[in-house]
Design a protein around this ligand. Structure first.
Ligand SMILES: [Zn+2]
Length: 234
């Protein structure tokens, strides 16, 4: 019956390995690294949108500056090109040019203000890009460690399965059937050893009559504990 214990040992090992594989801290590290990366992507998007908003305003103002400049050039041409017939007209043109000049200054001031806003945003984007690259490396490293750890577990599972198969060769089919039937309920103690006076699986002491019954059996023989239902090897 030692082989049945060997089978049970490997079932326990497999259970532990599968539990370990399902709860690897290496996987949690990878998930955390990916979450940090995703947060950076969101931040890049937010800063990028904010930046785009200012860039659009900048372009609008620059367009207006260009229009004002064109209009000023036209008026300048008109004023000094000899097309003016009266001093009144000349004064009116100069007044408009004065207004336009002020408008141009205002617009250029706005553009400068926007450029000042853009500078730190651009800096933030550079920093975020660098952060993202670092995080990409962290993700790659975490994934490598996880893959290596998982591969180790897969190897250990295969080795355990091999040992179990070898042990199974000495376990009669009906005994294996009884063992497998008890496993969902008893887990790692589906088969237990008789201590000499106890089943060693029972939560309480084996009743004396049942203990006597097992004691009377041949060493190494198998029976069901009438108390807890486990397989007991005398
Ligand atoms: Zn028992």
């Amino acid at each position: 019956m030692e082989s049945l214990f060997a089978v049970q040992d490997e079932d326990v090992v497999r259970g532990q390995l599968e539990h370990r594989r399902a709860n690897l801290p290496e996987r949690a590290s990878l998930v955390a690294a990916e979450a940090a990366r995703a947060a950076t992507v969101v931040e890049v998007e937010r800063v990028g949108l904010e930046r785009l908003d200012h860039v659009r305003r900048q372009h609008r103002y620059e367009g207006e500056v260009a229009a004002v400049e064109a209009r000023l050039a036209d008026l300048d041409e008109k004023l000094y090109g000899g097309a003016i017939t009266s001093p009144k007209e000349a004064t009116s043109l100069q007044t408009e040019m004065g207004h336009l000049g002020k408008r141009q200054d205002d617009l250029e001031g706005q553009v400068l203000e926007i450029m000042e806003i853009l500078e730190p945003l651009d800096g933030e984007l550079v920093t975020l890009t660098a952060t993202g690259e670092t995080q990409d490396s962290s993700i790659a490293a975490a994934r490598t460690i996880l893959d290596e750890t998982e591969a180790e577990i897969v190897d250990e599972l295969a080795a355990s399965a091999e040992r179990r198969t070898a042990a199974l060769a000495d376990v009669p089919e009906d005994v294996l059937g009884r063992y497998e039937k008890g496993r969902p309920m008893f887990g790692s103690s589906a088969v237990v050893r008789f201590s000499g006076s106890d089943c060693s699986g029972c939560p309480y002491s084996m009743p004396a009559m049942e203990a006597d019954r097992v004691k009377s059996m041949a060493a190494g023989s198998l029976t069901d504990c009438s108390e807890c239902g486990r397989l007991v090897v005398r």
